[in-house]
Design a protein around this ligand. Sequence first.
Ligand code: GAL
Length: 427
Amino acid sequence: MRVNTLRIGAAIAACAMLTLTACGSDDEGGSSSGSGGGEVEVFTWWAEGSEKAGLDALVKVFDEQHPDQKFVNGAVAGGAGSDAKNVLASRLQTNDPPDTFQAHAGAELTDYINNGQIEDLSSMYEDEGWNDVFPQALLDRLTSDGKIYSVPSNIHRANVVWANTQVLEDAGLDPKATYDSMDDWFAALDKVEAAGKIPLSIATDWTQVNLLETVLIADLGAEGYNGLWDGSTDWAGSEVGDALDDYAKLFSYTNKDRQSLDWPDATQLVIDGDAAFNVMGDWAVAAFDEQKKVLDKDYVAFPVPGNDGIFDFLADSFVLPVGAPNPDGTEAWLQTVASAEGQEAFNAAKGSIPANTEADTSSFGPYQQTAIEDYAQDEIVSSLAHGAAAPIAWLTDITSAVAKFGANQDVDELQDGLAEAAEKNAQ
Ligand code: GAL
């Protein structure tokens, strides 16, 4: 039996943070640590619809694998963690962590590491053999100073266009067409507009950031886009300016009620035939699947124009927070998250692809098969809207600039805002 260094580490950290209570007693009432099992509060933003269905599939495996532990759903609604991340930040600040929480691989995870809010899981990786089952490029994004801090549940792609076949045909467009550039796509969007449908559906701020990152990828290319995060591409320069003009043009094709919608609503406009196109991460495929829509018949999916050969990557992962009330339960959850069985059940329902290379994906749907192929051969870049590219503070400032643009459609102000955000946050 291995020595549970995680549990000891978490307990020491919890003790260090508690000023009054005697360590070793259960200060949280509902949860208990120790080998007798207990409640495991799992904090995510998978609160509704197809995302909750993904979580439910994972919980089913957890219940089978760890009947002594009881899953407690700590989900806070809001796509991309738009509300959950704030709630989590204040809970972590007041030393009230859940037993585990969802965090994106990459820069967002580094925030939690640098703040000392999550435990090093390196010994668990060694004991469980996880270094051999996850792709190295992904492990690198979960690692800081040689230590690894979270367990990935999946890999998503953020730069996908979803389109309604019938709406395209009615507008005189070939549903099989893909578009090489933004300009080619604008011509198609004009046709949809002329046919009286919403050309491009979108939702609240974070979905606009998601759209913006795909335009930056299209116009700057992978190298130029990567340069936005390491200082080698100038946010105030003319190339970014041209990309922002394209973004502004795309934005002019979007639905006016966008601020009151979240991603499921925007994708639903395409599913229902009210809109032609939607740019969304591939969690969207789970919404099409849930409603029994068939790829290449009812809808088509392809990389955002100009993004061909580039996989805009993000991964969800789970952590052991410092001071987690039931670290045994957290460990059990992480084991299920990592397991081939957990990854098969979760990803099949979620629309993502397994991070665990031993998971069997033969029964996955046709969209996911293309994502598996593309992930293996495409150039990988890090998603901005989903925590892979930039720390939370930088993303927050970019989101403010994008939200302002949504209100005033002033491209120069948008570029100034983005350049200021880079100045303030780039390391
Ligand atoms: C992402 C997350 C995905 C999906 C999406 C929409 O940030 O990684 O799993 O949930 O938000 O909410």
